[in-house]
Design a protein around this ligand. Structure first.
Ligand SMILES: [Zn+2]
Length: 237
């Protein structure tokens, strides 16, 4: 995005990196490269720190912008041209990766069973939520989907990341399960494949194997309008 090379697109497990400050603004710095995943795609931002020599600047969030990825820092002091080491809050990020892969598997299962698309989602470290366009409110059906998703996760499917030319990617059916979401306007698109279960255009970090996820635990289901069902879930462990 913008002028920042997104290191996490190729390696979700990169937790530390070296970078240079290439832009500044109120409360943020822009780096030439980053492993911090900024808020987007339904995922909350990574957090962590930027280190310059012996000085630490806490990163409390991030967002995409025209000038690159903005890293929200707790205090000023960094200058353009500074060399920094970025360190992610790995426990939080890894939990987000597990949640994110869990969401994809769950959505694929619900989509295969009911044809429902997802109309929104929020992936957070503790509790995530997903909205499905389901006409019939049926708790039993959602419970069955969660049970099936857990079975698939436990089977240990590999998660592969591929970069494909736009034209080729758009020929593949089913790559976008998010209702009303247009593919990004870029020549090369990133596809995340989870075994034979799911393939999606996706820009976020994932685990390498579904066995890392653990178990999806349903917390709550809500009616959000006539044909919208919102599911809250967490992970065990
Ligand atoms: Zn995703």
């Amino acid at each position: 995005m913008g002028r920042t090379e997104l290191l996490y697109l190729r390696d979700s497990y990169l937790s530390e990196f070296e970078a240079e400050v290439i832009g500044l603004g109120e409360g943020y710095v822009v780096l030439d490269r980053t492993a911090f995943h900024p808020r987007g795609g339904g995922l909350v931002s990574d957090t962590g720190m930027l280190v310059r020599g012996s000085e630490v600047f806490q990163v409390v969030g991030g967002e995409q912008s025209e000038e690159g990825v903005r890293h929200m820092v707790e205090r000023i002091g960094l200058e353009v041209g500074d060399k920094v080491r970025g360190v992610l809050d790995w426990n939080r990020r890894y939990r987000l990766m597990r949640m994110h892969t869990a969401l994809h598997v769950l959505v694929a299962v619900v989509n295969a069973r009911t044809g429902a698309l997802i109309t929104g989602n929020q992936v957070e470290p503790d509790t995530s939520r997903v909205d499905f366009s389901l006409e019939k409110f049926d708790r039993g059906l959602i419970e069955e989907c969660v049970a099936e998703a857990n079975k698939r996760l436990a089977e240990g499917h590999e998660v592969r990341i591929r970069f494909v030319e736009r034209e080729e990617a758009l020929k593949t059916p089913g790559l976008i399960k998010l209702a009303a979401k247009a593919p990004p306007d870029e020549p090369i698109l990133r596809i995340v494949e989870i075994g034979e279960i799911d393939a999606q255009l996706d820009g976020g970090p994932h685990v390498k194997n579904t066995s890392e996820v653990g178990e999806i635990v349903m917390k709550k289901i809500e009616n959000k309008g006539k044909s919208n069902r919102r599911l809250y879930f967490t992970l065990n462990p």
